[in-house]
Design a protein around this ligand. Structure first.
Ligand code: PLP
Length: 295
């Protein structure tokens, strides 16, 4: 495996970061997860834009320009023999504050640490899509946006990790986090949708959640289908009473949810609108990929 670290590709064994890196010391950094279909990276430029938005939100200057990122991402795939006809790629970009003496001041770190990893993509097994998955509502609340905005895709991921541990302890696929007011936000690595009487509902960005790229595509597709789409403040009771539920992210796409806190959602199986939106998502994805640049 070849990993890009700061200014070049090195082997996995040589890809080591200083113990003084503020990403390690303080979780001070941002990241992105991307995937390819064959040799084309899905929504590549939107992911790079979000990386820059996250970095800007924490006052981190990324020394690699938006124009240089595509070349580096495609080279990462080529060097690791992924992102080709045989193997879709999972790509992870990490930009940390960099190496500096102990202390919180970002000025201690003159240059950020940049890491790009590319490896074979592993997606959830087909039975999860066919049967749907179970979720719980975590006791852990989502970070308060005015404390650490969930819109920042930060390497400080403890909030999500603690909620994920709750899901693992409950032996379910994932957890939904509520915000400070008890409203639904998102899952630990995905956005949340549900269907009530034909309307598609998803927590509004103001509830404190990541502006998922898949979320945005699903909202667009639902509007094109003339569904009513409500981005709002929703309670767990509204979710329990829903007819359908699903979660979205880049690697998983659209995953049906059949129960929350052991209560069946709708008929307790993947619903028709979930399936319809997934079909439309695949069409949208294929149209995007036909035109997606190869480097
Ligand atoms: N919410 C969180 C907390 C995430 O970490 C992610 C992606 O990893 C998402 C939502 C979904 O975002 P996207 O659709 O851009 O992958």
């Amino acid at each position: 495996m070849w990993i890009y670290v700061n200014d070049g590709f090195v082997t996995k064994e040589a890809a080591v970061i200083s113990v003084y890196d503020h990403g390690f010391l303080y979780g001070d950094g941002v990241y992105e997860t991307l995937r390819s279909y064959g040799n084309r990276i899905f929504m590549r430029d939107r992911h790079v834009s979000r990386l820059f938005r996250s970095a800007e939100a924490i006052g981190l200057n990324i020394p690699i320009s938006t124009k240089q990122w595509p070349g580096l991402l495609h080279e990462s795939m080529r060097r690791n023999d992924v992102g080709n006809d045989q193997q879709d790629a999972y790509l992870r970009i990490t930009v940390s504050r960099g190496v500096g003496d102990i202390g919180l001041d970002p000025a201690l770190c003159p240059s950020p640490t940049i890491v790009i990893m590319a490896k074979p993509l592993i997606v959830p097994a087909a039975h999860f899509y066919e049967l749907g998955v179970a979720l719980i509502i975590a006791g852990t609340r989502r970070n308060l946006p005015s404390a650490l905005s969930p819109k920042i895709k930060a390497t400080n991921f403890l909030n999500n990790i603690i909620a994920k541990s709750e899901a693992s302890a409950a032996k379910v696929f994932d957890s939904i986090l509520l915000n400070w007011e008890g409203h639904l936000t998102e899952c630990t690595v995905s956005n949340l949708f549900f269907v009530t009487d034909g309307s598609l509902r998803t927590p509004a960005l103001e509830c404190g959640l990541l502006d998922g790229i898949t979320r945005e595509i699903v909202i667009k597709l639902a509007r094109e289908l003339h569904l009513s789409v409500e981005e709002g403040r929703f309670t767990p009771d509204q979710l329990y009473a829903a007819n359908e539920c699903f979660i979205t992210n880049t690697t998983m796409e659209i995953m049906p949810v059949i129960s929350v806190d052991d209560r069946p959602i709708g008929l307790g199986k993947p619903g028709p609108l979930t399936k319809k939106l997934y079909e439309l998502f695949i069409g949208e994805r294929e149209r995007f990929l036909e035109q997606a640049p190869l480097n």
